[in-house]
Design a protein around this ligand. Structure first.
Ligand code: GLU
Length: 514
C-alpha cells in the first residue's frame, strides 16, 4: 500500500516550484498564494524552489521576475533562492550533482534502466508506428523489449557502451498492469493502471535530471508535506507516486488545483493569451527579449491586495458572503476542502470591482501619500480632500487626479451634452444671480453653500435638476461628479466666482456656435 504523509504527523512544509521559462502567469500566482495560505493557516513553512532542469526552455530574467512579482503580491517565502534555508540550494541547477545517484540507485534495483536509442531512432519508430495506424507510439512496457536499452542488451555490451561514452538516458521501468492509487485532497481517489503509462525519462543525456526525478528527490529532501499545484500536473502524479514507492519514501499529500478558464469558459487562460483578451494575464509587466511588452496588474494600477483577493476567489470560497479579505484574513480561513474541482472562470469586471473596493476603503491620507510618491505635485492637505471627493468614483489611484483634474485646474472642456440639454437662454442670467449670492456668503463651507442654493432655487421656483447641472458645468466642465457643495467649498469662494464668471462667457459662446 502506498504510504503518504497523512499517516505520519509531519510539520506542514509546502513549496511553489516554478520553472523559469517566462513570466509567471496569474494561475501560477494563485498556486503560490494557495501554498502560502495553507502554510500560514497550518503554522507551516512556505518555500520557493526554482525548477530549471530543462536548459532548452530557460529564459533569462524569468527567475527575478517571479521573485519580484511574488514580493509585490506579499507572498513571502521563508526559504528560497536569495533567502536561504536549511534545505538549500533552492535552484535545481545548483543541486545538479545530487540527482544522478538516485537515478543510478533505481537502475541497480531494476526499477529503471539505461536507454541508448538516439533521438533519430526514436523518431523513426514513431514514424513507422504512425504508418501502421498507431499515432501515439510510446516507450513503454511493451516497446522497451525491442529497443536499445539495458533490459535488452547483454550486460557486457551495456558496460562497453557506457565506458565508450555513448549517450544514454535513464528511464523508469514501469511495472506491467499495476493499479496506482492515491488520494488527492481536492479530487478524491485517483486510480491509474501502469499499462497506460510510458517509461518516462528520469535522467537526461546532458547530465541533468528531468522535472519528474528532480521534483520527487527535492520534495523528499526538502521534507515537503503537501504538493499543491495546478491540475495540469495531475497526469504526472501517478508516476510521482510510483517514484516515491520505488525509493521507499513517504509521498507528500497531493492537491491539484482547478484550471483558470477564460471569461467565456472556453478553454484554459494561458500565458499566450497575453493582452489579447483585453486584460493582463501577468502580475507585473514583462518585456520579451524581442522587446514585446506584456502588461501586468501592477503597472495597470491594481493594488496587490485587490489582485490577491480576486485570485483567492478563483477556485476557493470562504463559505460565507464576505468577499473582501486581507492576506492575513485569507490565511486565517483558507482550507483546501473549500477549493473546487471545477475550472474557475476569470472575471475581468469582478477584478475591477475588487480594485474599486480597495481604493474606496483606503484612507484619504494613504491615497494622497501614494499619489505624492508617484509624483503628483499637489499640496498634501489639498490632495487628501481630492481623494475624499473622487475615490468613490475611481477605480485606480491615478483616476483620482485625472478624473478630478478640475479640482486642481480650471476646466478647459465643457460637457456638450449638458450644454445642449440644460443651458437655456436665461441660464447666464440665472447663474449671474447665483454668483452674486455666493459672493455675499461670509462663511464658505458646504452646508452654508447648500443652504444658500436651496433657498435660491426655491425663490425661483426651480427644481434642483434645472439648476445644479449648470452650477456643476461652470465649476467643473462636467455633467456628473461628487457633491457640488463640497466641490465649491474645496475650491474656495474666490476661485468659484472666477470660474462661474468665466464659464458663463465660454458656455454662452459654445452654445451660440452649436
Ligand atoms: N516546475 C513545475 C512547474 O513549472 C512544478 C510542478 C509541481 O509543482 O510539481 O509548474
Amino acid at each position: 500500500m502506498h504510504k503518504n504523509s497523512a499517516m505520519s504527523e509531519k510539520p506542514v512544509r509546502v513549496r511553489f516550484a516554478p520553472s523559469p521559462t517566462g513570466p509567471l502567469h496569474m494561475g501560477g500566482v494563485r498556486t503560490a498564494l494557495y501554498n502560502y495560505l495553507f502554510a500560514k493557516k497550518n503554522n507551516g513553512t512556505f518555500l520557493i524552489r526554482i525548477e530549471d532542469t530543462d536548459q532548452t526552455r530557460f529564459v533569462p530574467g524569468a527567475q527575478d521576475y517571479i521573485m519580484d512579482a511574488l514580493a509585490w503580491c506579499g507572498i513571502m517565502p521563508t526559504e528560497g533562492p536569495g533567502i536561504g534555508g536549511e534545505y538549500g540550494p533552492y535552484v535545481q541547477s545548483e543541486r545538479k550533482e545530487m540527482y544522478r545517484p538516485y537515478a543510478e540507485q533505481l537502475v541497480k534495483e531494476d526499477k529503471a534502466y539505461y536507454a541508448f536509442d538516439t533521438a533519430e531512432e526514436l523518431d523513426q519508430m514513431r514514424e513507422r508506428a504512425k504508418e501502421m495506424g498507431m499515432p501515439n507510439w510510446q516507450y513503454n512496457h511493451i516497446t522497451r523489449t525491442s529497443l536499445k536499452n539495458s533490459l535488452t542488451l547483454p550486460q557486457d555490451q551495456v558496460d562497453e557502451l557506457i565506458s565508450a561514452g555513448a549517450p544514454y538516458v535513464i528511464r523508469m521501468k514501469m511495472p506491467r498492469n499495476q493499479d496506482i492509487r492515491f488520494e488527492d485532497i481536492i479530487r478524491g481517489w485517483v486510480v491509474v493502471n501502469t499499462n497506460n503509462l510510458d517509461d518516462k525519462v528520469l535522467f537526461k543525456s546532458d547530465g541533468m535530471p528531468t522535472y519528474h526525478l528532480a521534483n520527487i528527490v527535492d520534495d523528499h529532501l526538502m521534507k515537503i508535506s503537501h504538493v499543491i499545484r495546478g491540475e495540469e500536473w495531475l497526469p504526472s502524479a501517478p508516476l510521482h507516486v510510483m517514484l516515491y514507492d520505488a525509493f521507499g519514501w513517504d509521498s507528500p499529500q497531493f492537491a491539484h488545483l482547478p484550471l483558470l478558464l477564460r471569461p467565456d469558459g472556453n478553454g484554459k487562460l494561458s500565458k499566450r493569451d497575453g493582452d489579447r483578451l483585453g486584460f493582463p494575464v501577468f502580475p507585473t509587466d514583462w518585456t520579451t527579449s524581442e522587446g514585446e511588452l506584456y502588461s501586468g496588474y501592477r503597472e495597470k494600477g491594481y493594488f496587490p491586495g485587490a489582485f490577491i483577493n480576486m485570485l483567492a476567489f478563483l477556485g476557493w470560497n470562504p463559505g460565507t458572503p464576505q468577499e473582501i479579505f486581507s492576506l492575513e484574513e485569507l490565511a486565517e480561513c483558507f482550507t483546501l476542502d473549500r477549493v473546487s474541482k471545477a475550472g474557475a472562470k476569470f472575471d475581468p469586471d469582478k477584478t475591477k470591482w475588487f480594485q474599486q473596493q480597495y481604493l474606496r476603503s483606503a484612507s484619504n491620507e494613504a491615497l494622497a501619500d501614494l499619489l505624492i510618491q508617484n509624483g503628483t505635485d499637489v499640496e498634501r492637505s489639498k490632495l487628501i480632500t481630492v481623494c475624499h471627493l473622487m475615490k468613490e468614483r475611481a477605480t485606480f489611484l491615478n483616476d483620482i487626479v485625472t478624473e478630478g483634474k478640475y479640482l486642481l485646474e480650471k476646466p478647459t472642456n465643457f460637457d456638450e451634452h449638458t450644454i445642449s440639454k440644460k443651458w437655456k437662454d436665461d441660464s447666464s442670467a440665472l447663474m449671474g444671480e447665483w454668483v452674486e449670492i455666493l459672493s455675499s456668503l461670509s462663511v464658505f463651507d458646504h452646508t452654508t453653500i447648500e443652504a444658500a442654493f436651496k433657498s435660491f432655487i426655491e425663490s425661483k421656483s426651480l427644481g434642483i435638476g434645472a439648476v445644479l447641472p449648470l452650477f456643476r458645468l461652470l465649476l467643473t466642465g462636467t455633467g456628473m461628479g461628487p457633491s457640488m457643495f463640497e466641490i465649491a467649498a474645496f475650491l474656495g469662494k474666490e476661485e468659484c466666482l472666477i470660474r462661474i464668471n468665466q464659464g458663463i462667457t465660454i458656455v454662452d459662446s459654445l452654445k451660440a456656435q452649436a
